[in-house]
Ligand binder design. Structure first.
Ligand SMILES: O=C(O)CCC(=O)C(=O)O
Ligand SMILES: [Fe+2]
Length: 384
C-alpha cells in the first residue's frame, strides 16, 4: 500500500535520482547590479539551450496568490467558464478548457486548463483592452496586475542587458515590448488535475507507443526531419518565466538528441526560456528550444500539477524579422542562418501569433497539416 501523500505545495517529492537536463543558474540580483560575469552567464544560456534557472527575481511572493486565483477559477462550473473561453479565432487571453488544443499531428488533445490574463487588461484595469474575465479573476485583478508588472519588469531587465551584447542601441527591445501596445503578453496559470479530480483528462496514445503529451511539443522552424538535430524555434514569445510549484513534467529535447529530458524543479528558482520572437530579433543568436509537458514523474503523478508562466511578447504591430538594420552582429549572423533566411516575409508578431493559436485549436483541425501550420514549419523551403 502506497503511503498517503501530502497534497501541499510547493511539492518536495520530485524524484532525486531521476536524470534531468542541467540548466545554468542566473542570479537576477547580480544582473540588476550590472555584474558582467553574471551577464556572461545569461548570454551563454540564451545562445546555448535558451533555457535557464533564475533566482532572486523578486516574484516569489506573488506566485501563491496567482495559484489561488487559478484554483478559484478552475473550481467554477464549466458553464460559468465557457463564456470566457479563448475561442477558435486566435485569442490567447481567457480560459482554455482541457482538450481544446492539439498536441500532435495525430490529433491527440491537451489535458490541461489555463487561465490567461493579458498584460493589456491587467495593467489597464478597469479598462478592458482585450477581453473580460471570470469573476474569480476580476475579484483578484490586483493580484494579476502585481504579478504581470513585476514579471514584465524582470524580463525587460534581462532583455536590456542582452541587447547590449547583441550590439543593439539601448532601448531597442523595450520599444518592441512597450506598455500600451496591444500584445500577446500574458500571465498563465496551468492546472493538470489529478486522476479522479474535476476536469481530469487522460493523455491519448502518442505516435511512438508512449502516451501523448499533456502540452504538445512546441516545434517551429524545422522540417520534421530536422527537428531532432537542430535548434528550432518555439512559442511566440520573447522570453518567459515559469514557476513550477515544485511540480515536474516540463521536458526539453536538447539539440542533437532524440531523448526528451526532464527539467528538475528547484525551490525558489523560476525556469526562463527564450521564445521565437527574441530568437528572430537576434538573428537566431539566441535559441528557442523545443519543450513540452508530460505527466510529472511518480510519485508526483498522483497529484494535481500546477504551473504559472509570464510570457513577454512583442506588440502585435511589430514586424517579425531579425534586427539586422540595427546591429551589425545580428546582420552577420542572420545572413548565414538558414532558419532566418527561410522566415516568411511580411509577418508581424501579431499575425504570427494568431495563426499559431488558430491552428492549434482542435476545432480548427482539418488534418495533420493543421498541426504543421501551428508549428510554424510550413514556410520551410523543401517542405511538401
Ligand atoms: O507548465 C509548464 O511547465 C510549461 C508550460 C508551457 O510550456 C507553456 O504554457 O508554453
Ligand atoms: Fe512553453
Amino acid at each position: 500500500m502506497v503511503a498517503p501523500q501530502s497534497s501541499s505545495y510547493p511539492r518536495t517529492d520530485f524524484p532525486e535520482d531521476l536524470e534531468c537536463h542541467p540548466l545554468l543558474v542566473v542570479d537576477f540580483a547580480k544582473i540588476k547590479s550590472g555584474d558582467e560575469q553574471e551577464i556572461d552567464q545569461l548570454y551563454k544560456a540564451c545562445t546555448a539551450l535558451g533555457f535557464f534557472y533564475l533566482k532572486n527575481h523578486g516574484v516569489e511572493d506573488l506566485t501563491e496568490p496567482m495559484f489561488d486565483m487559478g484554483k478559484a477559477t478552475f473550481e467554477l462550473p464549466l458553464e460559468e467558464l465557457m463564456p470566457f473561453e479563448q475561442g477558435d479565432s486566435g485569442m490567447s487571453a481567457g480560459y482554455k478548457r482541457a482538450g481544446s488544443t492539439n498536441v500532435d499531428a495525430k490529433g491527440n488533445v491537451d489535458t490541461v486548463q489555463f487561465i490567461n490574463v493579458a498584460k493589456d487588461d491587467a495593467l489597464a484595469y478597469p479598462e478592458v483592452r482585450q477581453r473580460t474575465y471570470p469573476s474569480t479573476v476580476v475579484e483578484r485583478m490586483d493580484t494579476a496586475t502585481a504579478f504581470v508588472r513585476k514579471s514584465d519588469e524582470v524580463l525587460q531587465t534581462l532583455m536590456a542587458v542582452l541587447e547590449v551584447r547583441l550590439g543593439l542601441p539601448k532601448g531597442t527591445l523595450a520599444e518592441l515590448h512597450k506598455e500600451g501596445d496591444i500584445s500577446g503578453s500574458e500571465s498563465r496559470c496551468i492546472l493538470k488535475p489529478a486522476e479522479g479530480e474535476k476536469g481530469f483528462l487522460k493523455e491519448g496514445d502518442g505516435d511512438d507507443g508512449n502516451p501523448a503529451a499533456a502540452i504538445g511539443a512546441h516545434t517551429d522552424f524545422g522540417r520534421p526531419s530536422q527537428l531532432l538535430t537542430s535548434h528550432t524555434l518555439s512559442r511566440v514569445r520573447a522570453v518567459s518565466m515559469l514557476h513550477g510549484r515544485g511540480c515536474g513534467g516540463l521536458q526539453v529535447l536538447p539539440p542533437g538528441t532524440s531523448k526528451w529530458q526532464h527539467i528538475r524543479p528547484l525551490p525558489g528558482h523560476a525556469v526562463c526560456n527564450v521564445g521565437d520572437t527574441l530568437s528572430v530579433y537576434s538573428g537566431n543568436i539566441f535559441k528557442s528550444n523545443i519543450h513540452r509537458v508530460v505527466p510529472p514523474p511518480a510519485p508526483q503523478n498522483m497529484h494535481a500539477r500546477w504551473s504559472l508562466v509570464y510570457f513577454l511578447r512583442p506588440g502585435y504591430d511589430n514586424p517579425l524579422r531579425p534586427l539586422s538594420d540595427k546591429s551589425e552582429i545580428i546582420r552577420a549572423h542572420a545572413e548565414k542562418d538558414p532558419a532566418m533566411q527561410a522566415l516568411p516575409k511580411g509577418e508581424t508578431a501579431g499575425s504570427w501569433f494568431k495563426r499559431r493559436i488558430v491552428n492549434q485549436r482542435a476545432a480548427n483541425r482539418k488534418g495533420p497539416e493543421t498541426w504543421a501550420a501551428s508549428r510554424g514549419t510550413e514556410h520551410t523551403p523543401d517542405k511538401a
